[in-house]
Design a protein around this ligand. Structure first.
Ligand code: CMX
Length: 437
């Protein structure tokens, strides 16, 4: 059975050749225009990054190396005894562009489990942090401090050939992905269950199986399956989103994968991006507190208008690129629809009902370009049902996941020798001058 590194080594030459051909034969081909609105509108729609692992179609949603979410659900190997996609099979697909065999998936699980223990200084650092510090701040700190042992940074200092960068970036990236569950679980323990012991890594379990075990919910097969799906689906969402783009930007300076990903986590921690994860449930529970359990569509409409009229955004709705319901939202809702215990839960019913009326209200409100739910609208309610009720923790789970795609890009950017990112900025005066020319 091939290792992930061997599988990657096989596909790199063809990709390098493809890039070289694009550069020499089509380097000056025009893909679109730069307009003033791009500079003042958050670069929305501007085609400005190379990102191979996934592409987001505004209407259809995300495809990973051309595969839709239902394609992935059919083709990617689940955990033994499970049905959902797991982090390892998604990571293999993102990194190599190939669907892994079951044996390859198991081998990657084993490799990650072997790399999963935390160095003592990281445990100590996390244990010293005040439990009142936001879990996302703690996650970023733990991840950044792992660069103490960065093989990429050490090799760069020693002096290595540019063509070898990717091998060290891969080592660090696999170590980081492997250690994220132990960091995230330790934060959960320290903040919410102080004094409770955390089980060690089980070498026979997949990454998320171990994560759920360390969180203290290892006996809940349904939660484990949900988190496997959740973490696989949040893995990558092309390159322009704030977290993935941050990792790419930082690592383009040849900063090591750990500090590059720590930066990504702090972009994820903003309420318009990953923190919407925690905001959605807080907002939905406020709705429940105010209106009770037997909510009608009209009650929800009223609450939506109240939120909008107070000048706030409706968390979990809208998107920078998508213009239809997010297929990740659909996949998570489908998970609920096949389980009667979830369907009977009033919070899940409320989330589902909200998704039935919010698009009409947001359309009438007339501002957002996409009135449909994004993945964050659904992701928290299942966690809540299974007992992970601390919604300040939710974005940490997103942070464990986004490493799959962001670090895939870090490895490929080094394999392809992509340069430091340095777009051109302009002042308003300079823009006016250019317009007049
Ligand atoms: N509720 C109310 N107003 C919204 C809205 C929402 N859910 N989504 C967008 N709008 C508003 C914007 O604030 C903007 O208003 P102004 O013109 O007053 O500034 C206007 O509609 C146009 O925005 P847009 O072009 O449709 O959306 P953007 O690309 O600028 O922003 C996003 C996209 C996701 C930040 C925005 O839709 C939003 O704030 N949604 C709520 C937060 C959320 O769910 N974020 C998670 C996204 C997924 C993720 O990254 O995890």
């Amino acid at each position: 059975t091939k290792t992930i590194k061997e599988a990657l080594e096989e596909v790199i030459p063809a990709k390098r050749a493809q890039l070289q051909a694009l550069k020499t034969e089509h380097g000056s081909a025009v893909l679109g225009e730069t307009k003033v609105e791009h500079l003042i509108g958050g670069m929305r729609g501007l085609k400005a990054m190379l990102w191979d692992a996934s592409v987001l179609d505004p209407n259809e949603g995300i495809r990973f190396h051309g595969m839709s979410i239902p394609d992935c659900q059919k083709a990617l190997p689940p955990a033994p005894g499970g049905k959902e996609i797991i982090a390892e099979s998604m990571l293999w697909l993102l990194l190599t562009g190939k669907v892994p065999t079951e044996a390859e998936t198991r081998q990657l699980s084993k490799e990650l489990a072997e790399r999963g223990e935390l160095p003592k200084h990281i445990e100590k650092l996390l244990d010293e942090l005040p439990p009142t510090l936001h879990p996302m701040t703690q996650l970023g700190m733990g991840v950044a401090a792992l660069n103490h042992d960065s093989q990429f940074a050490a090799a760069y200092e020693r002096g290595i050939k540019k063509t070898e960068y990717w091998t060290y970036a891969l080592e660090d990236s696999l170590n980081l992905i492997a250690k994220l569950p132990a960091i995230a679980a330790r934060i959960y323990r320290n903040v919410y269950n102080p004094g409770k012991s955390i089980p060690g890594i089980n070498k026979d379990l997949d990454l998320v199986g171990n994560y759920v075990n360390m969180l203290g919910y290892g006996d809940n097969h349904h939660l484990t399956e949900y988190l496997r799906l959740y973490i696989a689906l949040h893995g990558d969402h092309e390159g322009g989103n704030a977290s993935a783009h941050t990792a790419h930007l930082i690592s383009s300076t040849l900063a090591d994968p750990y500090i590059s990903y720590a930066g990504a986590l702090y972009a994820l921690a903003g309420p318009l991006h990953g923190l919407a994860n925690q905001e959605v449930l807080r907002w939905q529970l406020n709705m429940r507190k105010e209106l009770g359990d037997n909510l009608t569509h009209d009650h929800i409409k009223e609450f939506l208008w109240k939120t909008l009229k107070s000048g706030q955004v409706v968390p979990g709705y809208g998107h920078g690129v998508l213009r239809n319901p997010d297929p990740r939202f659909t996949a998570l809702l489908q998970f609920c629809e096949s389980r009667p215990d979830l369907l009977a839960d009033p919070v899940i019913q409320m989330v589902k009902k909200t998704s039935e009326v919010a698009p009409t209200v947001l359309k009438e409100h007339g501002k957002t370009k996409n009135p449909h739910p994004n993945v964050d609208a659904a992701s928290g309610c299942v966690l809540y049902h299974y007992g992970i009720t601390q919604f300040k923790y939710y974005t940490v789970i997103f942070g464990v996941s986004r490493a799959l795609g962001a670090l895939t890009q870090v490895v490929w950017a080094r394999a392809l020798g992509l340069p430091i990112e340095r777009p051109k900025s302009l002042s308003m005066d300079a823009i006016e001058k250019l317009i007049k020319q």
